[in-house]
Structure formats: C-alpha cells, structure tokens
Ligand binder design. Structure first.
Ligand SMILES: [Zn+2]
Length: 475
C-alpha cells in the first residue's frame, strides 16, 4: 500500500532515521572517504604497537612544524611525548586556555600477546625452541592459534641503548606461530570444554626455532643455544636482555581492503588506532586556522588493561600538560586555575563501539546499536548492567555535539554497546570526567572488535575524521 505524500513528509519530519553514508553522500564525498582511508592503512601497517604509533606521530609532528613544549616551544602548535608511549598534541586557540579546551582522547594500545620476561626454552619432548607468552587485554585466545605472527618491540641494554625489533612484517622475514591442536585429537582436550577454556594461557607458546647449535649439536639445550646465538649475531643481545625487554606478538601482515566494493578495511589494532589517526589528522588539518578554543589530541596507552600506569589515562600526564599549556600561553597556572580550566573543558572519549554483526545480531538491540557504514557513533553511556561504571554524558552536552555534527554534515548515529544484561564494557570517559569536564564517548563501530583482524568501514573512518574536525572548530 502506497503512503500518501503527507504521511511521507510527516515521517521524514518526525522520525529519527540513521543515514547510510554511501546513500546519503555524493560520489565526490564517497571518493574522499576512499582516498582518506588509503593513508590510514599505511598508518596501521607502521603502527602495530604503542611505541610504533608514537614514533609515527612524532615524525609527523616534526614535519608539521609542531614544537616540543619541553624544548624550543614557541607559537601555537606544541606537543609532549612521554616515555615513548603516550602523547598530547595541542593547537592553542585565540581564547585563554583557562576558558576550557576541546580535547579528544583515544588509546594507542591494542589487545595482543606479550613475551614473558624469561621466555625462551627448549622443549624437552619436541626439541623445539619455544617462547612463553602472557596475553595483554581482552582476547579470545583461540583466535591466536595457528595464524602467522610477528614480533615487535624493544630490548633495552643495561647501558640504556635501545634496540628496536620487528620480525615478520617484511615479505622476506620469517613469521612465528602458536600451533593449535588438530581436530582429530581435540575431542577430549578441547571439544568437551567451554570455548573460553579450550585454549589455556599455557597453550600459547610460540615455536621459535628447531635447529641445534651447529658447533655442538649434542650439547644440552643446543636448540635454545642456537636461538640465542642467532639473536646475538643480529641484535647483540644475551638472554638476560629479555628480562627487561618489551616484546609484543601481533598478527603478521598488512591491513587490506575488504569487500568486493572495497568499502571496508580489515586490519589489526583498529581499536583504537582508528580514533588516534582520525583525531590527529583532524588536528593537523586545522593548523594555521586560528581556532577559538585550544584543541588537544591525547593519545593514551594501557586502556586495554584499565588505563593504569604512568602512560595510561588515569595518570597525571594530561593534567600536567594542560597546566604547562596555561604557562606556555602566559596565563596563571596555579591549581585553582587548572581545576577551573578542566571543569570548563569538553572531551570526546574517542573509542570504537561494537557494530551489529550479521553473524550474531542477537546480542544487540538494533534500534540502539551501531551500524557499519552509518557514520560515527555517539554513545551517551557505556558500562554494564544498570549503567555501572559509566560516565553517562549530560543531555546538554550530548545535544550540543549533535548540533555541531548536523551543521557540519557529519553522518552520525547513536550507539549503545550491546543489549542491557548482555555484557558491557567501558573506556576512558569516566576517568576524564573525574576532572569535571563534559565528556561523551564518540567513535566508529567495528565488527570483530578485539579479534586479530577488525573490520571497519571507510564511510565511518571518514565520518569520524569529519566529526573530530567539527568538534575542534565549533565545540
Ligand atoms: Zn578501545
């Protein structure tokens, strides 16, 4: 039955409908989303760990005429990097900093598998060299078995010399693997168990090598000795250097276009480097634009283990940086002024959300869930059960952000994380809100979040970039 024109018009006027980016935008705008996503893929390939992400941005900052606030800082574009693992980047606005800043915080760590501090041994029964591991963040352990893996990280020698390691990404590099059990023998060991218990942390050992030390093949631990000898030749390290090293196991290989129309990207660590990249690009695009308010991009570490540590969002780092911005701008920076600055500030807690997965639609309520390709998601609250541990953004601030997005023609949608009582989660928002600022969760949806290969939409990547630019300009 065809509806009357009047009904159609009334529906258009009154009913909320999230808009599909590809349907809603011109060919030109769609092309911009594709072009923007090309550089994003390169970024993902170069930034598979927290340290690599910081290195990537440090290079961009130096090339982009930002100055280190602790060194030769002058002018409006400044940054600080702390312990090679987190960073804050700012453009000082025309208004005093004390009137409040517009800040976007994302995290640059991703779920992964770390090497234990004493990782290497020779397995007695198989005579294989193995590396013991300790997973980091919320992973499904079975996803990491029997898939090619790379080792990224650093050895730091006792004299302070840092040795970068990256094995498994170049096409001539070897890769590594944690071999899974064959189905034929998995009946008791795995199939009778719950999926979360079928792979234990102790099963996640990496096969590292298999040839004995050539000069003395019969020696005890000759395979382990050979592994150490190869490492010593290549990096000048001894076994003791493992004890202080930070070596991270990640899926080997590059981010790829996904889908026959190439509209999506499949790649590791998009939670939350998708927000790190889009927020930094938004800020870089506004240098020299004379912003009203000071704009800050904050790239935090350790979100996946609760925002802990001196490089995580619970640390004093960002507060200290804002105090130094006040000082840099020749304003008061006593504790009362700093407190007021924070209370006057507005923050987007930029993290990904779970988009509806066609394989598992039942965990979401579709009216309140994020849809891939429909733009950035505004998440008023996260948390679990009765909104436990959530920030729950104020309606006034939420509405203001929606107004800005609409004015700047950003595709956006509302997005809760799954059905109530289905599970839940949270991120940085609540820690930022403790300082008194307005905060809302705001980021794109992903499919297969926290898996080895997360799926994003080019529409959402570009919409997120547009949304963050709009916030810096008009927030
Ligand atoms: Zn995240």
């Amino acid at each position: 039955m065809k509806e009357s024109k009047k009904t159609e018009e009334l529906k258009k006027k009154l009913i909320y409908k999230r808009k599909n980016f590809w349907q809603d935008n011109s060919k030109k705008e769609s092309d911009r989303a594709f072009t923007f996503s090309e550089n994003y893929k390169d970024f993902l390939d170069m930034s598979k760990t927290d340290r690599e992400t910081i290195k990537y941005f440090e290079q961009k900052l130096i090339n982009g005429k930002f100055t280190d606030i602790d060194k030769e800082a002058k002018g409006r574009n400044v940054y600080r990097i702390s312990r090679n693992k987190n960073a804050a980047i700012a453009i000082v606005g025309k208004k005093p900093v004390k009137d409040g800043v517009n800040l976007i915080v994302s995290h640059i760590d991703a779920p992964r598998v770390d090497l234990k501090q004493n990782p290497l041994s020779e397995d007695g029964s198989t005579k294989l060299g193995i590396l013991r591991t300790h997973y980091y963040g919320g992973i499904k352990k079975y996803q990491w078995m029997s898939t090619p893996l790379a080792i990224h990280g650093v050895f730091v020698k006792a004299d302070g010399k840092v040795i970068d390691v990256c094995i498994g990404e170049d096409k001539n590099d070897p890769v590594f693997v944690m071999p899974d059990l064959l189905p034929h023998l998995a009946r008791k060991e795995q199939y009778t168990k719950k999926i979360g218990e079928a792979i234990a942390a102790a099963h996640m050992k990496i096969v590292f090598n298999s040839i004995s030390f050539p000069d003395d093949k019969e020696a005890k631990d000759a395979v382990k000795l050979n592994a150490l000898s190869i490492l010593n030749d290549k990096y000048g390290i001894i076994e003791e250097d493992f004890l202080s090293a930070e070596l991270e196991i990640v899926p080997a290989g590059k981010a790829r276009d996904c889908g026959i129309d190439r509209s999506m990207i499949l790649g590791y660590g998009q939670d939350d480097r998708i927000c790190a990249y889009t927020s930094a690009e938004a800020l870089f695009g506004l240098t020299g634009k004379n912003l009203d308010k000071t704009a800050i991009v904050y790239l935090a570490d350790k979100e996946e283990i609760g925002s802990e540590g001196n490089t995580g969002a619970k640390s004093v780092f960002i507060i200290d940086f804002i105090a130094d911005l006040l000082k840099h701008n020749k304003e008061n920076y006593d504790s009362a002024t700093l407190r007021k600055t924070l209370i006057n500030s507005q923050i987007l807690s930029a993290d990904v959300n779970a988009a509806i997965n066609p394989n598992f639609p039942g965990v979401h309520e579709k009216e309140n869930a994020v849809h891939l390709g429909f733009g950035i998601s505004l998440t008023k609250f996260t948390g679990a059960g009765g909104k436990s541990s959530s920030n729950d953004a104020n309606a006034e601030f939420n509405a203001k952000i929606i107004r800005i997005f609409n004015e700047e023609k950003v595709n956006w949608q509302t997005g809760a994380l799954g059905k109530v009582d289905e599970g839940g989660g949270g991120t940085i928002a609540k820690y930022m809100a403790e300082h008194g600022a307005e905060v809302i969760d705001c980021g794109p949806g992903l499919l297969g979040m926290h898996s080895l290969y997360e799926l994003s939409s080019k529409a959402d990547i570009f919409s997120t970039f547009k949304a963050y630019s709009a916030f810096f300009k008009k927030g």
